[in-house]
Design a protein around this ligand. Structure first.
Ligand SMILES: [Zn+2]
Length: 670
């Protein structure tokens, strides 16, 4: 048995810029094809809910997709929402092997592949094509339309290819990128919208992916050209002027550069540039940019604020659902390229905390903006940087707020499920984010097929079991992430402890595996507290952040333009400060209780398998005003000095992801 430290391996990759066979700079880990890892347990329950709910049926209930869809040749919407939906619905169809969803999504892919113009242009019939019968060529590229929705569709088609190896895809993309290279000089990235200028990295990423398949050097030329015409996020993220400016400016000056969805997408930009250039400045840029972003705009549930713009770290700020799912996808790319554990922890923090709270149990309604300390869900202006005039941003609805999230939210869980596992450069596999799953892949020098069944209720329990299935003994390394929050992990093989490991590294277990070998990873989760804005504290345990459990009263309403929606109010008081002794010694003063996982999992407080009992005192003057619970100010020792009710009250905390109304960043009281 040999256990090596990955940090050494990663370091050597960065210092010599090895060029992989693919032609791009060697990544620390390789993404596996869609479907190599299949969800199990609670994660499968979550995906099945989505298939029954809006992910499986958005085309039946959302007018922009339902009516004369441009991506099926109709006169209806041909912009971003159909590709957004498919970006989650395609992986869902293949992860669940869903016999109804696969043919449904295939209609859009087939229409797109079948209606590529002779020049290589693709997508909905444009206004000029319809009205003037213009043929779109590189000379008449102005008769084409916005590059941006095509960037999303390329991601959709890429995933479809990974799942099916459909032979039409490579020639299709080759032809499109040839068109784009010729056209983009006359019709630059930002010709139609600033969205395309803001999000060029997605286009660059797909051109570079095709390069790994075909080796056609013109794709690298195209990638560099698109990057040069797009916003220079890599420089901005690495340069503190941008983040300082973004933290202080709230005007419309260059607001697209503070738009949280753009920022979430842009996080992957430096690593995509690193792949093409091998320049380590890009790895430093994302490190600086991510740390600055979380320092200045970070919220306890693991995401930066964005309502719609970056808006500081006060727990009264909100975040758009699109920003969460895009930041997650960026993390999944960054993990692959850098192998840096910080981003693996960050991905889980978003997935297990920020993501689940923002949709309903049936996945048919979402919030445009969630708020960290969300003491009511209602119509209102709140503290948002873009309130919109119908005051619908915070309520749960299919179409409330803005419908980008209605279409884009489907990629969050589906791509998380496809990025639990990665391939390694030493012919092994890596479990870098944990959730129940079964991996089927080829490993070792002889590319022998194995299965690895990952059984766990993580993040709700500390133990993860990996059972190997193989027809013959197979030698390959298994990389396992030991999260930063874990003080000492233990690894056992077939019931016998092999090794203990300190948190904050990826360990490599390199051995010859036999059929039914069972590796058990135990990640002890201590209760801790963390510091947030206005000197508030949050309670954490492992990858989960905990929030005050409150009874909920749901109220249904209808808005003329945005349809049915729900408001949610707490049925009990929420204005508690956390006792100081909890901050001083969380382990001694917080009691963790667990109960079995439900037969069918859902992110609803009624089935929360874990709860923490804490103590607090009421702060009578802490009240809601226009939907917002402005954070009480504490002294530098972190203690609230205003009036506090003398009675000590027992309060219950549950994982943030199970709450709809809550307090997560608590003031501290004596
Ligand atoms: Zn959105």
């Amino acid at each position: 048995m040999k256990i090596a430290r990955l940090s050494v391996v990663v370091f050597s990759i960065f210092s010599c810029n090895v060029l992989a066979q693919s032609g791009l700079t060697q990544s620390a880990y390789q993404e596996l094809p869609l479907g190599a890892a299949k969800p199990e347990g609670w994660l499968k329950d979550q995906l099945q809910i989505m298939a029954i709910g809006s992910t499986g049926h958005l085309d039946e209930v959302h007018a922009k997709i339902k009516n004369e869809n441009g991506w099926l040749g109709g006169k209806g919407d041909g912009w971003e929402e159909t590709p957004y939906w498919l970006d989650g619905a395609v992986p869902l169809a293949y992860l669940l092997d869903d016999p109804a969803l696969k043919p449904k999504v295939l209609q859009y892919i087939n229409w797109t592949l079948d209606h590529q113009r002779p020049s290589g242009y693709f997508g909905p019939i444009t206004k000029d094509e319809r009205e003037k019968k213009t043929e779109i060529t590189t000379e008449t590229c102005a008769s084409g339309e916005d590059w941006w929705p095509r960037m999303v569709m390329l991601k959709v088609i890429h995933q479809y290819y990974e799942a099916t190896n459909d032979k039409r895809v490579i020639p299709f993309m080759t032809k499109y990128f040839q068109y784009q290279l010729a056209a983009i000089k006359n019709c630059p990235v930002g010709k139609w919208t600033e969205w395309a200028t803001s999000r060029g990295a997605d286009n660059v990423m797909m051109a570079q992916w095709l390069y790994t398949k075909t080796g056609d050097k013109s794709l690298i030329e195209l990638a560099a050209l698109i990057e040069s015409q797009s916003y220079d996020w890599s420089t901005w993220l690495g340069n503190r002027d941008w983040v300082i400016w973004a933290a202080t400016n709230q005007t419309d000056e260059h607001w697209m550069r503070r738009h949280a969805v753009n920022v979430g997408m842009a996080l992957k930009s430096p690593v995509i540039n690193y792949q093409r250039t091998g320049d380590e400045k890009y790895i430093k840029a994302i490190k600086t940019g991510w740390n600055d972003l979380i320092t200045l705009h970070g919220l306890p549930m693991g995401i930066f604020s964005g309502d719609e713009d970056l808006h500081g770290n006060d727990p009264t700020q909100g975040v758009e659902l699109c920003a969460i799912v895009e930041a997650m996808f960026s993390m999944e790319k960054i993990i692959s390229v850098t192998g840096d554990l910080q981003y693996m922890d960050a991905l889980e923090r978003m997935a297990f905390n920020a993501l689940p709270t923002q949709t309903t149990d049936d996945y048919n309604a979402k919030q445009y903006f969630q708020v960290a300390n969300q003491v009511e869900v209602s119509r209102g202006v709140f503290d948002f940087s873009l309130p919109f005039d119908r005051e619908m941003n915070n309520v749960f609805g299919l179409r409330s707020g803005y419908t980008c999230c209605t279409a884009n939210m489907h990629q969050g869980w589906t791509k998380f499920a496809t990025h639990l596992w990665y391939g390694t450069n030493d012919n092994g596999v890596a479990a870098l984010a944990y959730s129940p799953s079964t991996l089927k892949t080829k490993v070792g020098k002889d590319q022998h097929e194995v299965t690895i069944k990952e059984s766990t209720n993580y993040p709700f329990e500390e133990t993860i079991t990996f059972e190997v299935g193989t027809k013959k003994a197979a030698a390959f390394p298994l990389h396992l992430r030991i999260p930063q929050w874990c003080k000492e992990a233990s690894i056992a093989l077939n019931g016998k402890i092999l090794q203990t490991e300190t948190g904050g590294e990826v360990v490599i277990i390199n051995r010859t595996w036999n059929d039914k070998d069972k590796l058990t990873l135990t990640l002890p989760m201590e209760v801790t507290t963390s510091s947030w804005a206005k000197n508030s504290r949050a309670v954490e345990r492992g990858p989960l952040v905990f929030a005050l459990k409150l009874g909920e009263r749901w109220e249904k309403g209808t808005q003329e333009k945005e349809g049915d929606y729900f408001s949610i109010y707490p049925t009990e008081d929420w204005n508690y400060g956390l006792l100081e002794m909890i901050v001083k010694d969380p382990e001694a003063n917080l009691k963790v209780s667990t109960r079995p996982m439900p037969a069918k999992f859902v992110w609803n407080q009624k089935v929360s398998p874990i709860e923490i009992t804490a103590t607090g005192k009421k702060i009578p003057e802490w009240k809601v005003a226009n939907g917002v619970a402005h954070q009480p100010v504490t002294d530098r020792n972190g203690v609230y000095k205003g009036k506090v009710h003398p009675e000590v009250v027992t309060i219950q905390l549950i994982p943030y992801g199970f709450t709809k109304v809550r307090v997560v960043a608590f003031p501290v009281v004596k």
